[in-house]
Write a protein that binds this ligand. Structure first.
Ligand SMILES: [Mg+2]
Ligand SMILES: [Zn+2]
Length: 280
């Protein structure tokens, strides 16, 4: 097992679109969605939209069919499988919902690569009439509750930074490095919480990248941007191999088969072996 935990945002990171917009647009509910958007938080709106979609006579199976058609860059599943094969512990941290994410990961045969999906919980009601998806907030914010994050870029239903803090504590206890990938405003808070030994992979040209560029000194982790699936794959696997090589160098007297078999691969591929703390 490599000493690396890789945490992926889902929308516009694993898939190339926002799954919420994809479902709403492809089922013909864009107008209604846009009319309601200024009146309620996004998480509440998506639960409301699932009610509207169900009331219009569409079954949850129709929603699933649309989700299975969500575009994904073929290099992304390749990167996920390769990182998993190299022994990384992969997690999802997303403001979508359990049903959307599981449906898509299952469709691409990727669910088994992830040890954890952290997202807004969902469940099915009215199964006898096709199924109505209920979407709940990750952090309760109705009835006056609040997650209390002060960064200012987290939605009321989810502070990804607070979820990442728990993962960072696990990583520290297991002496693992953490890589975080994301594109949106909600990915800024977790990017700030990574320490100097962490890596953040923001999607270039997207909101998290703009936020990081506004004040780069706020980010302690090494920053490795990417723009598309090919660049994500090359960058992520480059970091994973680099950490494996550094681990092997530190553990030389205790080296195990996994590390021995990994070292020549990294050398063969000509991956640069950089000291810690150096940015590309
Ligand atoms: Mg996203
Ligand atoms: Zn936050």
């Amino acid at each position: 097992m490599a000493g690396i935990i890789v945490v992926f945002d889902f929308d516009k990171t694993i898939i190339d679109v926002d799954s919420d917009n994809w479902v709403v647009d492809n089922l013909g509910f864009t107008e209604q969605f846009e009319r309601l958007l200024p009146t309620m938080p996004w998480n509440t709106l998506m639960d409301t939209m699932m009610g509207e979609i169900h009331a219009s006579g569409k079954a949850l199976g129709d929603v699933a069919a649309v989700l299975r058609g969500a575009p994904i860059d073929p290099r992304v599943p390749h990167a996920i499988r390769a990182a998993h094969a190299l022994g990384c512990d992969l997690r999802v941290l997303s403001d979508a919902n359990g049903f959307f994410i599981e449906t898509i990961l299952d469709h691409h045969g990727l669910r088994g690569c992830f040890s954890e999906i952290n997202t807004n919980p969902s469940h099915v009601e009215d199964a006898s009439s096709g199924g109505r998806l209920r979407i709940e907030p990750y952090h309760e914010f109705r009835h006056g509750a609040a997650h209390g994050c002060g960064v200012g870029t987290c939605p009321p239903n989810m502070c990804k930074g607070q979820v990442l803090d728990r993962i960072l504590r696990e990583a520290a206890a297991a002496r693992k490095r953490v890589v975080y990938l994301g594109d949106g405003r909600g990915d800024y808070c977790p990017s700030l919480r990574l320490g100097r030994e962490g890596f953040v992979m923001p999607r270039r040209g997207h909101p998290v990248w703009d936020l990081i560029c506004e004040d780069p000194a706020r980010v302690k982790a090494e920053v490795h941007p990417w723009a598309d699936g090919a660049e994500m794959e090359a960058t992520l696997l480059g970091l994973v191999r680099r950490v494996l090589v550094e681990e092997a160098a530190m553990l030389t007297p205790l080296v195990d088969c996994k590390l021995e078999s990994t070292m020549p691969v990294a050398a063969q591929d000509g991956m640069p072996i950089m000291p810690l703390g150096v940015k590309n």
